[in-house]
Design a protein around this ligand. Structure first.
Ligand code: 5AD
Ligand code: SF4
Length: 492
């Protein structure tokens, strides 16, 4: 029987969470996780369909795995996640050496599919029902909850956990493949979420990040009283051991005063909002079918700043969407210039077959123009990041210590294979290897931590400080990282 698995993840936090759950399930079933495909009996790729580039990476990986499988025909290759749901036939046509194709709605079936694949008889395919042409209730049932118990050891950072509170999306923004591959929007019952967070807290988790495609439209109507995100945060706030709560990704349309009040009044909830604007032009927003105007987005930002002074806001933007003119782009630049986001994640538009945009509009902006706009927007944002980090100099902030930084891990790892079991994509700043310019004393290493508004801070400290919330005085501020010193009574 296969015993060792290698799991590689591409894509968003939903995928990172799915991978954690899959790994927990397999570890619980007696498998061992290995750091590279060469020693693995089962190689699993958890995939993303949001942009073409992510899909191309998977096909190249499958190409490389073919050589390995030619040498070791018993090896089982599984493609999981969004691409499996979207491209099941295409995957088997382009990579007939794949043994398992498993959509994100049926991850609980993985252990039995591996056994079936080991027994032979051709590729095993398990995906959810297509949204188009099937009744909604039936489609909903074909995306099943998957929340096996997960020991802290399966998490990259044991003290932090992501918790899914919703599945799917009903917005159908015209560029986006997510509603097709992750299915209809469904909120998990609040009681189930509270129970999951309580278990995580019992295991030592201090920070929970609630995940949903449009997390602020969370609505559990299964009980006698409707539970919205504001209510859920209040319920989770009561859990002993939990010290921080975050939620991503918000949609501008559902940023209610009730939610902002909850963020303001519940001290454990981070004053941090990831609320993508996507564009600063009304014409583009309309073609994207985002459901708001740039004036409404600006008004929402003003309300956030009003209710929660000092809140950090981050955004996503797509540049080079179909028909985006220089004037449209100028308006986006203007928004980024004035909104003072803590960070912006900027993407070049990638046409996704099956979406409305691919059907209705021409992908008419050249790659060169997309690249230029991408770089221009990044430059505006980077300058703001650097500027807005400066006021932190000399300030004492509380950080949750995540553990040794990449610099520390790299030092410890010298000579080991570079492959990581958790190669999730990191926002700028987190992946950088920066030597702390501040002096290091005996027994300390560079640790990475985060402020409550999600800013990355490097400190020197002892590895066992992981999981603690510590006061840190900031001594250096770059665009994406702060450097600090633990504030003791002497130097506070
Ligand atoms: N092309 C480029 N970027 C996209 N996103 C979603 N779909 C596409 C696409 N087709 C971006 C959006 C979203 C983020 C997760 O990915 O900005 O907020
Ligand atoms: Fe995609 Fe829009 Fe749903 Fe976000 S809100 S997942 S961009 S369809």
């Amino acid at each position: 029987m296969p015993r060792r698995f290698y799991l590689q993840t591409v894509g968003c936090q939903m995928n990172v969470l799915d991978s954690e759950l899959v790994a927990s399930e397999l570890l619980g079933a007696g498998y061992e996780q290995v750091a590279g495909p060469s020693r693995a009996d089962v190689v699993l790729l958890n995939t993303c369909s949001v942009r073409q580039h992510a899909e191309d990476k998977i096909y190249s990986a499958l190409g490389r795995l073919k050589e390995l499988k030619d040498q070791r025909p018993a090896m089982i290759i599984g493609v999981l996640g969004c691409m499996a749901q979207k491209d099941r036939h295409e995957i088997l046509r382009r990579a007939p050496h794949v043994d398992i194709v498993l959509g994100p709605g049926w991850l609980d079936r993985l252990p039995s599919l591996i056994e079936d694949a080991a027994a032979g008889g051709g590729p095993k395919v398990e995906v959810s029902l297509d949204r188009l042409g099937n009744p909604r209730a039936k489609v909903e049932r074909s995306f099943v909850t998957f929340s096996p118990h997960r020991p802290p050891t399966t998490r990259p950072i044991p003290h932090q956990a992501m918790v899914r509170i919703m599945f799917g999306c009903d917005n159908f923004c015209t560029y986006c493949i997510v509603p097709l591959v992750r299915g209809p929007e469904q909120s998990r019952p609040a009681a189930e979420i509270v129970e999951e967070v309580r278990r995580l807290a019992d295991d030592g988790c201090v920070e929970a990040t609630l995940l949903g495609q449009t997390v602020n439209s969370y609505r559990d109507t299964s009980g006698s009283r409707t539970v919205e995100l504001a209510d859920l945060l209040a319920m989770l706030h009561e859990i002993k051991g939990i010290r921080r709560l975050k939620f991503v990704t918000s949609h501008p349309r559902y940023m209610t005063d009730r939610l902002l009040t909850a963020v303001r009044d519940l001290p454990k909830v981070s004053p941090y909002f990831h609320v993508p604007a996507q564009s600063g032009s009304n014409a583009v927003l309309q073609r994207m079918k985002r459901g708001y105007t740039v004036e409404e987005y600006r008004a929402m930002l003003a309300r956030i700043r009003d209710f929660v002074p000092g809140a950090a806001v981050t955004s996503d933007f797509i540049v080079g969407f179909c028909g985006e003119t220089e004037e449209d782009f100028r308006q986006t630049s203007e928004l980024v210039g004035e909104a003072r986001f803590k960070n912006s994640f900027i993407f070049k538009y990638s046409g996704r077959p099956g979406t409305k945009a691919a059907e209705l509009f021409e992908d008419d902006i050249s790659e060169a123009v997309k690249r230029r706009r991408n770089n221009e927007l990044l430059a505006i944002q980077d300058a703001i990041c650097l500027e807005d980090n400066q006021p932190f100099l000399g300030r004492t902030v509380e950080i949750l210590v995540e553990g040794p930084s990449k610099v520390t891990k790299k030092r410890a790892k010298q000579g080991e294979a570079a492959e990581s079991p958790h190669p999730s994509p990191l926002p700028r700043g987190e992946g950088t290897l920066i030597e702390n310019p501040l002096p290091r004393s005996e027994g300390t290493v560079q640790l990475i931590g985060r402020t409550t508004c999600d800013r990355i801070v490097f400190i020197e400290g002892r590895p066992e400080m992981a999981g603690q919330i510590l006061p840190v005085t900031i001594e250096r501020a770059d665009a994406f990282t702060l450097f600090g010193k633990i504030a003791t009574e002497d130097n506070k």
